[in-house]
Ligand binder design. Structure first.
Ligand code: GLC
Length: 618
């Protein structure tokens, strides 16, 4: 068979597999056959334009759909300018990333965005243009190709809920062009916006209150769930869906492996609802999954659903009708920091048990910190039964992590503190939240030691969870909070910039010195990453469960796969402790020291941890 014929038949097979369901869902949402036909024509066009190397990658991944569920995946997320200046700078730093054992990099938003009105790049004014200071689309393609040669995957954000007010559609809409106004939510009076406000919560209650913005020049209100310069797209309009899919495929064809669906729960709006997680959102995500599997099946969808667990899991879809490949393990992340503050693992244990009881096909991204604030989305029903009220507990956590209450050396800042509800979120880097910044400022060697131990222990615990661990760039060398954002008028009112500082290459230069602070963290993590990559018991399909330690400060996680078993024991307290576990099914080996031991009444130093592997079952 000639090459093109073979390609055509591959495409036809993929299309045939999904066509009926795709058409059904599209017609259910839009009832517009000609727009569906246009969509199909464009899918075929984007497939035709897809690079041969990428197509090869697609086919390999189709044949081996478990490729991303192995134990070799380790992600890192960074801002291109913070990390390496621009896209070609990143290409020049791939060795450092390899040294960090990273095989998946999330490039934070890099598309065209207006200066000063960009929300860290999450207000896109052109989906097909890279910010000038960061490079060009060709640079992106070259970086992707260079990464692929080193088996590194590239992830980018697809900001699909809104565009910048500077996007060409927004500009035309502002001028009163009806065709473009219908791509957003425009109202010439307050009546409908007021109705929405009755049921729609606020994303940024203090930095950007309300869900609508008045445009005096156009005489209209426009829906803006996030900042006033981020205009919500109207996915009721099939033109919006089609065009956004073309943007998505355009970017996928540049060599992107993982597409992060930014703020995806918000994309469908309905009066008298919260405008979050509506069923049409799932229809759209399901269609995106099929579109991916038709045109670029090597690409993964990562849903950004920063919500409680009941809202998150449905974004995986079902086994027959999957939606996202991966989702953030956000509740576990927030619960982890709660555990650090209260030295009581019970809520975390419960949360980990919930996650482990989900189907193993559900792949979570585990992380300690990311570019956003921590929203304290905890299981307050459980906490209430232990006497902790939501409002006062959030207050405690925020005080604790600001270093104001409890035995805390943490430093950081509140985010969107709402005087009405008393609610506030929290910002800070991992190292600063672990107490390293205060310890270094006060030149307290003992406190530095504690902070380092806590920091490495938290990473060790994160690596033990099921799913894909993602490091926040800088954490591997103990990057501290950056307060320079306060001097930048464009950033000063957004404390998330405290943990979005320039990458500290000076610290990275010290990693060879294993006794230096960055060296201790980097090498501590490095050892664990290597263990994780070499032991098959870390694959996502492994059974994972927690074991009682009979001590509030100690967490024990077990993993089992094809006869192999490991235990991870983590001390979340500043006291030496004994985990009263009784795993008498064999002799265990400390995977770091190599010592053999029994997994019975195991001692752990303050903020210490152990990875124990069963040598042989008895
Ligand atoms: C996501 C991003 C956040 C941004 C928001 C609006 O939640 O993580 O940084 O502010 O979307 O696009």
């Amino acid at each position: 068979m000639a090459k093109t014929e073979k390609q055509d038949s591959i495409y036809r097979r993929r299309l045939e597999r999904h066509h009926d369901e795709l058409r059904w869902l599209y017609m259910e949402l839009y009832n517009n056959g000609s727009m569906f036909a246009e969509l199909c024509d464009n899918l075929s066009r984007f497939y035709g334009e897809r690079d041969g190397e990428l197509k090869k990658r697609d086919r390999l991944r189709e044949e081996y759909p478990h490729w991303y569920r192995q134990n070799d995946m380790l992600g890192m997320m960074f801002y291109i300018d913070n990390f390496a200046g621009n896209l070609s700078g990143v290409k020049a730093k791939l060795d450092y990333l390899e040294k960090s054992n990273v095989n998946y990099i999330h490039l934070m938003p890099f598309l065209e965005t207006p200066k000063g009105r960009s929300d860290g790049g999450y207000a896109v004014s052109d989906f097909r243009k890279v910010q000038e200071k960061l490079g060009t689309m060709e640079d992106l393609e070259q970086l992707a190709a260079a990464c692929h040669r080193k088996n590194i995957n590239i992830c980018m954000d697809f900001v699909m809920n809104h565009t910048s007010e500077e996007h060409e559609w927004a500009k035309k809409a502002r001028q009163g062009d009806g065709e473009y106004m219908s791509r957003y939510f425009f109202f010439d009076n307050q009546a409908i916006p007021e109705m929405y406000e009755k049921t729609v919560p606020q994303v940024f209650p203090t930095t950007a209150p309300g869900n609508f913005t008045w445009l005096p020049d156009s005489g209209h209100y426009v829906m803006t769930s996030f900042y006033p310069y981020q205009w919500d797209l109207n996915y009721r309009n099939p033109r919006v869906f089609n065009e956004m899919m073309y943007n998505f495929l355009f970017l996928a064809n540049k060599g992107i492996d993982i597409v992060r669906l930014d703020a995806v729960p918000y994309i469908w709006k309905e009066l008298n609802t919260q405008c979050r997680n509506l069923k049409q959102v799932h229809t759209i995500v399901r269609m995106m999954r099929m579109i991916c599997e038709i045109v670029c099946p090597g690409v993964l969808l990562l849903g950004e659903v920063v919500m409680e667990p009941e809202k998150v899991a449905p974004y995986f879809g079902t086994v027959e009708k999957p939606e996202c490949h991966m989702l953030y393990n956000v509740t576990t992340m927030a619960t982890t920091w709660h555990t650090v503050a209260v030295r009581d693992v019970s809520l975390l244990k419960k949360q980990l048990d919930i996650v482990s009881s989900l189907p193993k096909d559900y792949i979570f991204l585990n992380y300690l910190r990311c570019h956003d604030d921590i929203g304290w989305g905890l299981d307050y029903d459980t906490l209430r039964s232990e006497g902790m009220e939501e409002r006062s507990h959030k207050q405690y956590l925020n005080n604790y992590f600001q270093g104001l209450e409890g035995a805390s050396n943490s430093r950081g800042e509140l985010y969107n503190a709402d005087p009405v509800t008393g609610d506030a979120r929290f910002c800070g880097t991992t190292a600063s939240m672990c107490g390293l910044e205060t310890a270094e400022l006060t030149q307290n060697a003992e406190a530095v030691e504690k902070a380092l131990r806590l920091d490495v222990m938290l990473h060790a615990y994160m690596f033990m969870q099921s799913g894909i661990p993602v490091l926040y760039s800088g954490d591997e060398v103990g990057q501290l909070n950056d307060y320079t954002y306060k001097k930048d008028a464009d950033k000063a009112d957004d404390s998330r910039y405290i943990h979005r500082g320039a990458f500290p290459w000076k610290l990275a230069e010290q990693i060879q010195d294993k006794t230096s602070v960055p060296g201790r963290i980097f090498n501590g993590l490095n050892r664990l990453e290597k263990i994780r990559k070499s032991e098959k018991v870390f694959v996502c399909q492994a059974d994972t469960w927690t074991i009682d330690t009979f001590d509030a400060g100690l967490l024990c996680i077990a993993r089992h796969y094809e006869g192999e078993k490991i235990l991870g024991i983590f001390n979340f307290s500043e006291y030496d402790k004994t985990a009263r576990i009784q795993e008498t099914d064999g002799i265990y080996r400390d995977m770091i020291s190599g010592d053999k031991m029994e997994a019975v009444n195991v001692e752990l130093p303050a903020y210490g941890f152990l990875y124990l592997k069963r040598d042989a079952a008895v």
